[in-house]
Design a binder for this molecule. Structure first.
Ligand code: PLP
Length: 358
């Protein structure tokens, strides 16, 4: 038996064990075909069934209205930064600059047309979400990053926006209910909360497409992938298979409404400990604290204990709690498959360390 570990990796994320078990079976024999899922043709009825089920699960779990379609593609969320500008930028777009990913998305749009930062929280190392900025109604779109994976800040509500709204939801998709009707586009990489690396999701308002005058290369045109049900070319078969199993698991435990409650409980457990424990301090503004990525550092005067806590936590089975290099300290990612027990183990570890140091 391997030792009990608690995985808090920021991405690729922890996945439910049942999804991994089913993936192992499918690697040997996909859907009773006698062929590995790695070798089946994507032009078969058995594969069509997986694609159909996966699309249906997305629609069911997020209550996606008929006005929108969901597609699955390769290339990572980073390539979506380019898709966004290609498909939506005509005259001018605004970006809420809340971190490295938001900034990269903006930079990509600026290579295509006119795009600017409507507000920015870089002055405090992206530790908060800017508020009170005016959104011009005549923008092609406003782009937001709902969860800032690196800094542990999150926009907890679907904002009212006078212009089309586009969101990178890579790291909080399926963690809470979303009012999809408020968005022209929601996209993200699966590997932060809904699957393995290698596939992205894009939830697209169908009538929002076709408004730009530029030529859009076939593969970068969302309409291609809507028309061909994400099978214009070979889809990332295995990644989609595992994503589908992950969503089946999510449905079986009550969907996003149920997981939201658990996610709130997990985040509260850890933030309460960070606020109580004299050795640690949170880095994100309290009202903007992410439920998915919890960032914290050693409290002032205790900085020299950082390496010791890393070693202590590692010894107790904690994996992946090192903060991103641009923030330092610690980051625990509490994605859907992370359990209350995992978080409790980390909290116990922090408590024990405090007692040890008193
Ligand atoms: C990880 C991440 C990305 C980049 O994803 P890739 O699939 O690696 O390109 C973009 N946005 C957010 C919010 C992320 O967390």
């Amino acid at each position: 038996m391997s030792k009990k570990v608690h995985v808090f990796n920021a991405g690729p994320c922890l996945l439910p064990q049942v999804a991994i078990d089913h993936a192992i079976e499918a690697l040997k024999d996909f859907s009773g075909t006698g062929i590995s899922v790695l070798s089946i043709s994507h032009r078969t009825k058995e594969w069509d069934a997986v694609m159909d089920e996966c699309r249906a699960l997305w629609k069911e779990l997020l209550h996606i209205p008929d006005t929108h379609e969901v597609v699955f593609l390769g290339g990572g969320a980073s390539l979506q930064f380019l898709y966004v500008a290609m498909n939506y930028l005509e005259k001018k777009a605004a970006y809420l600059d809340t971190g490295v990913w938001a900034h990269k998305a903006l930079k990509e749009a600026q290579g295509i047309g006119e795009a600017y930062a409507i507000a920015c929280s870089k002055d405090k190392n992206y530790s908060y979400i800017p508020k009170g900025y005016d959104i011009p109604a005549d923008l092609d779109y406003l782009h937001i990053t709902t969860n800032n994976t690196i800094y542990g800040t999150e926009i907890h509500e679907d904002i009212d926006c006078p212009c089309p709204l586009i969101a990178d939801m890579s790291s909080d998709i399926m963690s809470r209910p979303v009012d999809v009707s408020k968005y022209d586009l929601i996209y993200g990489g699966a590997q932060k909360n809904v699957g393995p690396a290698g596939v992205i999701f894009a939830i697209i308002k169908k009538e929002s497409l076709g408004r730009v005058s530029r030529y859009i290369p076939t593969m970068l045109d969302y309409r291609t992938h809507i028309d061909k049900l994400s099978m214009f070319n070979t889809p990332p078969v295995f990644a989609i298979y595992v994503m589908n199993e992950t969503l089946k698991w999510l449905k079986s435990i009550g969907g996003v409404e149920a997981i939201q409650k658990i996610n709130q409980q997990k985040a509260k457990l850890l933030y309460d400990e960070i606020d109580r424990n004299s050795l640690f301090i949170g880095t994100a503004a309290k009202e903007d604290r992410s439920l998915m990525n919890v960032c914290f550092v050693m409290a002032p005067g205790h900085e020299e204990l950082q390496d010791e806590f890393f070693a202590f936590a590692k010894e107790h089975g904690m994996v992946g709690i090192k903060g991103h290099r641009s923030v330092g300290g610690f980051r625990a990612s509490l994605y859907n498959a992370c359990t209350v027990e995992d978080v409790q183990a980390l909290v116990d570890c922090m408590k024990e360390f405090e007692t040890l140091k008193k």
